[in-house]
Design a protein. Structure first.
Ligand SMILES: Cc1ncc(COP(=O)(O)O)c(C=O)c1O
Length: 354
């Protein structure tokens, strides 16, 4: 068809987790928080509804200064977007174009190759290790004079693995100073590794580090779309330059601010999700499934050739998960009832497979 650009027509479509078709179906396919919004957040949102005839504050001044205060940085270091995926896209647009390379692990967050291609840059996907971890040695070796950006996703989506601080520090010594490294911490609140890397520690120690955070996961605001980067000021300025004007609504900013004030309640919920993750991991291992140690709000089941069969059985039982044929399934941690359904289906299949 005339008018289409080949480069766009050949882009892979971002695939959303399957959507439920009835009330009895449980959606564990998008790494959402299973808890409803906190009453304090709902009440702040209700108060803000009367102003939706107005454009939001494009500078997100209150939100950026609250975040800056929390991390001990300047508001100028914070750039916001409609979800951290939009911020990731701003980053790629700001620093990479045709002829430039963007390095990331694979399999990892599936938006990385898509946003790289949209910017006209070249994705360089570095396979995970046999243990589904970032191969940081291979990622360092993949950096060329054309590399502008590296994404390190920790904990990694979809495998749940997380590198240690020492591993990422060692990696950074091998990254040239003019190559930016994004530490994508969408699932950081669920990480219980005692020696886990902290994006903010890296940001304070290195001039080429950007930290990417979201309100979608631990804070449970996936439906409102708000995320942010903590970046060196000139980069944060550039992120604002390439951002979609007014993309972060007033409702999203209001809910994010109210959520920052509700840390104690939200971290109690995160603790419950982590405990539930450990219960699901132990249950799957007990029925003989090769399940990795996840530091996120999902588990990764290396079902290999059995993936399609497991996916179909879960679907028949009214559970939607994310499956990659021939590789495995990513199962988001849900309510205990939803997780019991998963455990019982998977124990049943295991008995059949033997
Ligand atoms: C690793 C990672 N980064 C970023 C995102 C983007 O999330 P959001 O745009 O909702 O902030 C996701 C969403 O699943 C993710 O898995």
């Amino acid at each position: 068809m005339t008018g289409r650009r080949d480069v766009v027509a050949s882009l892979p479509l971002y695939k959303q987790g399957a959507m439920p078709t009835s009330a009895d179906v449980v959606k564990l396919s998008s790494n959402e928080n299973p808890y409803p919004p906190l009453p304090s957040v709902v009440s702040a949102l209700t108060g803000a509804l009367g102003a939706i005839n107005l454009y939001p504050d494009m500078g997100a001044v209150r939100l950026r200064s609250a975040l800056a205060q929390r991390y001990g940085v300047a508001p100028g270091n914070i750039a916001v977007g409609a979800g951290s995926v939009e911020v990731a896209q701003q980053i790629v647009h700001a620093v990479a174009g045709p002829g430039d390379e963007v390095v990331f692990a694979w399999r990892s967050f599936e938006a990385y190759p898509i946003i790289t291609l949209i910017a006209g840059a070249t994705p360089v996907a570095v396979p995970l290790t046999a243990g589904d971890r970032h191969d940081l040695d291979a990622m360092a070796a993949a950096i060329t004079p054309a590399t502008k950006l590296v994404f390190v996703c920790t904990p990694n989506n979809p495998t749940g693995t997380a590198p240690s601080a020492a591993e990422v520090e060692a990696f950074l010594t091998r990254v040239p100073a003019d190559v930016l490294v994004v530490i994508d911490e969408a699932y950081v609140h669920f990480n219980r590794r005692p020696d886990a890397v902290s994006g903010m520690d890296l940001f304070r120690a290195h001039d080429n580090v950007i930290v990417l955070h979201t309100f979608s996961k631990a804070y449970g605001l996936a439906g409102l779309r708000v995320g942010y980067a903590v970046a060196p000021e000139p980069i944060a300025d550039d992120l604002r330059r390439v951002s979609v004007p007014f993309a972060v609504t007033d409702l999203a900013q209001t809910a994010a601010l109210a959520s920052l004030d509700a840390d104690r309640e939200l971290s109690a919920r995160v603790d419950r999700i982590v405990a539930e993750r450990d219960r699901v991991t132990a249950g799957l291992a007990a029925s003989g499934w090769p399940v990795g140690e996840s530091q996120a709000n999902f588990v990764w089941l290396r079902a290999g050739d059995d993936t399609a069969r497991v996916d179909a059985a879960l679907r028949d039982a009214g559970v939607l998960v994310r499956a990659w044929d021939g590789e495995g399934l990513r199962i988001t941690i849900g309510t205990p009832e939803a997780d019991d359904r998963v455990l019982s289906v998977l124990a049943g299949i295991r008995e059949v497979i033997g």
